[in-house]
Design a protein around this ligand. Structure first.
Ligand SMILES: Cc1ncc(COP(=O)(O)O)c(C=O)c1O
Length: 492
C-alpha cells in the first residue's frame, strides 16, 4: 500500500482517500490485513486519532471489516480487483451500455424546448415573458412575507394541503368571480407552479400518446411542445384577428381529448375571441366531450373597456379548465398559478399533482393569499394596467413614427405584447432582422419562434412590460437603424 501524505493539507481526508483508492483499484486485495492504527500512525508520524477516524469511516462504509482479536481487514465482500475508481468511471473510462432513454426523452430530443427560455438579456429587451422589477410590489410583499414567517414560528413545519392553502383558494375564488366571472368554489381550485404545470397536469390526466389534441395555429409553444413531448397528435386550428377560428375546428368525431385556447388574448397574435366563437367552441366541446383548457395568462390587462369575461363563465357542461398565473401580473419567478377544475376532474388532478411535487411552495401561497385578501392585488393590477397601457401607447407611437405604414401593429388591445408585422419583409428573413437588432442590443422575437409558420410577412413579438418609456423609444430607434441597414442589404 503506497501512501503519500502532503503535510500542508489536512491529513485525515488524504489518508481516507488513498486507503479507499488502494482498495477500489485492487492494489490492496480483499481480506488483506491492515497495519494497526498505532503502527500506521508511527510509520507516517501522524496522530493515531487521524488514522482511527479514517479507519472508522471506511469501516462504516463497508470498505473495511474488523475481526475480534485479529485486527482490521479489507472487506471480503468487495469484488476483487475493481479496475477503476468511481471517479474515472464517471469520466467514461469503463465501457458500459448507455442508459436507455424513455420514449418521452426520445421525443424531447426532437423538440426545441430551449426556445421557451431563449431571448431576454439585451439592454432593450422586448422579450414578451419579462416584466418590470420596478412594478413588483416589493415593500408590501416583504412585509407580508415577514408577517407570515413570524406567524409560523414555533409551529412544526408540515407538508401542506396538496391542493393549495385553503386561504389562498378562498381568496382566489372571490377574486376570480369578481374580476374574470369565473365560477369557482375553493374546492375546485388547484394551486400549481405556474400555468406550465397546469398544461403538464392536463396532459397527464387527460391524454395518452396518440390521442388528438387541438392547439391554436399559431399558438403558445409551451402548450404545443408539451403535447408533442407526450406523443399527442396535434390538430392545428388557424387563428385570425378574433382568435381561434371555431369554424375550422375538426369534426367532433375526430375525438380530440383536449383543446388549448387563449380566448382572452390569443397568443401570440393578440385577438380577443368574441362571444359567438366562444359559444361555438363550447358547443363543439360538448358534442365531442373535449375538455377545453382556457389559458388566461394575461387578460387582466385589457385597455379598451373592461376585461372580457372568461370562457369558463359561459360553460354549462363542466368541460372547461380555467388556468391563470401570476407570471404576468407579478413575476414569472414566483412560479405561482391556479387552475379551476370541473368538479369531476379535481380528484385525478390532485393525485397527479401530489406525485409531481406534493404541493406548491406554501410560503408564497400564504403571502399571495394575504395580498389578495387585503386588496393589494386588485390595486396592483389597476396600477400596472395603467403603466402597461402607457408603455403600449409609447411603443405604438414610436413604431408608427419610425416605420409609418411599413408596419402593421396587431394585438394591442390587451396583454403585454404586440405583434409588429413588416409589410415589405418576408417572414423567411425574420431571424436575420432579429439578429441585426440584437447587434444593436435590441431583443425582439420572430413570430415563428412563437409558433407562427414562416410564411407571409415577417412578424415580431414585442413585449413592453419590462421597459420604461425612454428605453422603449430608444429601443425602437435602434430597431429602426437595424431594419434600415438590413434593407440596404448590409449588416453591422
Ligand atoms: C400563452 C401563455 N400562457 C402562459 C404563460 C405563462 O406560463 P407560466 O404561468 O408557466 O409562467 C405564458 C408566458 O409567456 C404564455 O405566453
Amino acid at each position: 500500500m503506497v501512501i503519500r501524505l502532503d503535510r500542508a493539507a489536512p491529513l485525515q481526508p488524504q489518508l481516507y482517500d488513498q486507503l479507499k483508492a488502494s482498495i477500489l483499484t485492487g492494489a490492496t486485495a480483499p481480506g488483506t490485513r491492515l497495519p494497526s492504527s498505532r503502527a500506521l500512525a508511527d510509520q507516517f508520524a501522524i496522530s493515531r486519532n487521524t488514522v482511527l477516524i479514517a479507519y472508522e469511516q471506511l469501516l462504516a462504509e463497508g470498505y473495511l471489516e474488523t475481526r475480534p482479536g485479529a485486527g482490521t481487514f479489507v472487506g471480503t465482500a468487495l469484488p476483487a480487483g475493481a479496475e477503476a475508481l468511481p471517479g474515472d468511471a464517471a469520466a467514461g473510462s469503463i465501457p458500459h451500455p448507455p442508459p436507455r432513454l424513455s420514449r418521452y426523452s426520445e421525443r424531447l430530443r426532437g423538440l426545441d424546448i430551449d426556445s421557451l427560455t431563449r431571448g431576454g438579456g439585451l439592454r432593450y429587451s422586448f422579450h414578451y415573458g419579462t416584466v418590470s422589477a420596478a412594478d413588483f410590489p416589493a415593500d408590501t410583499w416583504r412585509r407580508l412575507l415577514l408577517r407570515e414567517i413570524r406567524r409560523r414560528a414555533g409551529k412544526p413545519y408540515l407538508y401542506e394541503n396538496p391542493q393549495g392553502l385553503p386561504e389562498l383558494r378562498a381568496a382566489l375564488s372571490d377574486y376570480l368571480s369578481r374580476a374574470r366571472g369565473v365560477r369557482a368554489r375553493p374546492e375546485q381550485i388547484l394551486i400549481v407552479n405556474g400555468s406550465q404545470q397546469a398544461v403538464d397536469l392536463a396532459l397527464r390526466v387527460l391524454v395518452d400518446p396518440g390521442d388528438a389534441v387541438v392547439v391554436e395555429d399559431p399558438g403558445y409553444s409551451g402548450a404545443r411542445l408539451a403535447c408533442e413531448a407526450i406523443g399527442a397528435r396535434l390538430l392545428r386550428v388557424p387563428v385570425d384577428a378574433e382568435g381561434m377560428d371555431t369554424g375550422r375546428l375538426p369534426p367532433p368525431e375526430a375525438g380530440a381529448r383536449l383543446a388549448f385556447v387563449t380566448p382572452g388574448h390569443q397568443f401570440p397574435t393578440g385577438g380577443v375571441m368574441p362571444v359567438s366563437r366562444r359559444l361555438a367552441l363550447l358547443d363543439w366541446a360538448g358534442r365531442g366531450g373535449t375538455v377545453v383548457f382556457e389559458d388566461d395568462y394575461d387578460s387582466e390587462y385589457r385597455y379598451e373597456g373592461r376585461p372580457v369575461e372568461s370562457l369558463q363563465a359561459l360553460d354549462r357542461s363542466g368541460l372547461v379548465i380555467y388556468s391563470g398565473t401570476v407570471s404576468k401580473v407579478l413575476s414569472p419567478g414566483l412560479r405561482l398559478g391556479y387552475m379551476v377544475l370541473p368538479p369531476d376532474l379535481v380528484g385525478p388532478f390532485l393525485h397527479a399533482k401530489q406525485l409531481t411535487d406534493r404541493h406548491t411552495a406554501s410560503l408564497d401561497q400564504a403571502v399571495f393569499a394575504h395580498f389578495i385578501r387585503d386588496g393589494h392585488f386588485e390595486r396592483h393590477i389597476r396600477r400596472t394596467r395603467r403603466r402597461n397601457q402607457r408603455r403600449r401607447d409609447v411603443l405604438v407611437a414610436a413604431l408608427q413614427a419610425a416605420f409609418g405604414p411599413a408596419v402593421e401593429i396587431q394585438g394591442a388591445k390587451a396583454g403585454m405584447h404586440v405583434v409588429v408585422r413588416f409589410r415589405d419583409i418576408p417572414s423567411a428573413l425574420a431571424s436575420s432582422v432579429a439578429e441585426a437588432a440584437a447587434l444593436r442590443s435590441v431583443g425582439i422575437v420572430p413570430a415563428e419562434m412563437a409558433g407562427e409558420r414562416a410564411e407571409g410577412r415577417a412578424g415580431f413579438l414585442m413585449g413592453y412590460a419590462a421597459l420604461e418609456d425612454a428605453d422603449i423609444r430608444q429601443g425602437v430607434a435602434l430597431l429602426h437603424e437595424a431594419v434600415q441597414s438590413f434593407r440596404r442589404g448590409g449588416e453591422g
